[in-house]
Design a protein around this ligand. Structure first.
Ligand SMILES: [Zn+2]
Length: 268
């Protein structure tokens, strides 16, 4: 019997569910990541972290990765395969409904892509109304909180590149990495994919990645105070990637131990 639902027979899953009530669902995205990283980056990382967590936990079972996410803004770059937030939320809800019917009482999303958050929040609220606790952990956010030097600098940044060099080195073209140049339109400077700065203040804009970056990778300003924006993904190493992955996996395992105790007081 394994901790991976898809490796077990139904009888093994039935047996495992007697003690393991947490469903761990890796959620990713298939989207361009600039010239150095493959389009599978976000689901490859989510799946890898879920695999490492699944190998160590005695509290939960891991579901197959959901490889498509909300990333339509990346669609100008070939190979991006994205779905809308509505589709993603509906799909994940139906997956969760089935898992609930088998007896899972807690859900943990291991999310590899920030664009999925609204859809996963929607699913979380839906399950909350059924009194089921749902948590969503984004590895790159946890990484930055554990060590500010690992904080998010951008799409296809040094940390993400390092993690991919650790997990799937054959897919990384690190020599193609560079410090991306966010574009400007008139006097509006793009801070990231969703925000621009005009006259000293931030404004939200609905952008396509191509508006902001010619190469697909980009700098995201303001997410992690104190990080060094001059760091290039070309400085990434597999050793750094391993350090980040190990730290995130340890954090998730500790979180799971607390989270499975979680029960709502307000049930109606
Ligand atoms: Zn990514």
């Amino acid at each position: 019997m394994s901790n991976f639902i898809f490796e077990n027979t139904w009888e093994e899953n039935q047996e495992a569910l007697k003690t393991k009530k947490l469903a761990i669902i890796p959620v990713g995205s298939t989207e361009q990541h600039g010239p150095a990283l493959p389009v599978g980056t976000d689901w490859i990382v989510a799946e890898y972290l879920a695999k490492k967590v699944g190998e160590k936990t005695d509290k939960g079972l891991v579901a197959p990765v959901i490889p498509y996410g909300h990333a339509l803004y990346h669609a100008d770059f070939p190979g991006t395969m994205a779905v809308s937030q509505t589709t993603l939320a509906a799909y994940v809800k139906e997956v969760c409904d089935q898992l609930v019917s088998y007896g899972f009482t807690h859900f943990l999303f291991l999310n590899g892509h920030g664009g999925n958050n609204n859809a996963l929040y929607d699913v979380g609220q839906y399950l909350r109304l059924k009194n089921i606790p749902v948590a969503n952990i984004q590895w790159f956010e946890v990484a930055g909180d554990l060590n500010p030097e690992w904080g998010l600098i951008g799409h296809g940044d040094i940390t993400e590149t390092a993690v991919m060099m650790h997990i799937a080195p054959e897919t990384v073209k690190v020599e193609r990495a560079h410090i991306p140049d966010n574009q400007k339109i008139g006097n509006i400077q793009f801070l990231d994919l969703h925000r621009g700065e005009f006259d000293g203040a931030a404004v939200y804009l609905n952008l396509r990645t191509r508006d902001v970056s010619k190469t697909g990778d980009l700098i995201e300003h303001g997410h992690a105070a104190g990080v060094d924006y001059s760091k290039s993904a070309r400085d990434a190493t597999a050793e750094l990637g391993k350090e980040v992955c190990d730290a995130v996996v340890d954090y998730v395992l500790k979180f799971i131990d607390e989270f499975v105790k979680f029960e709502f007081e307000y049930k109606k």
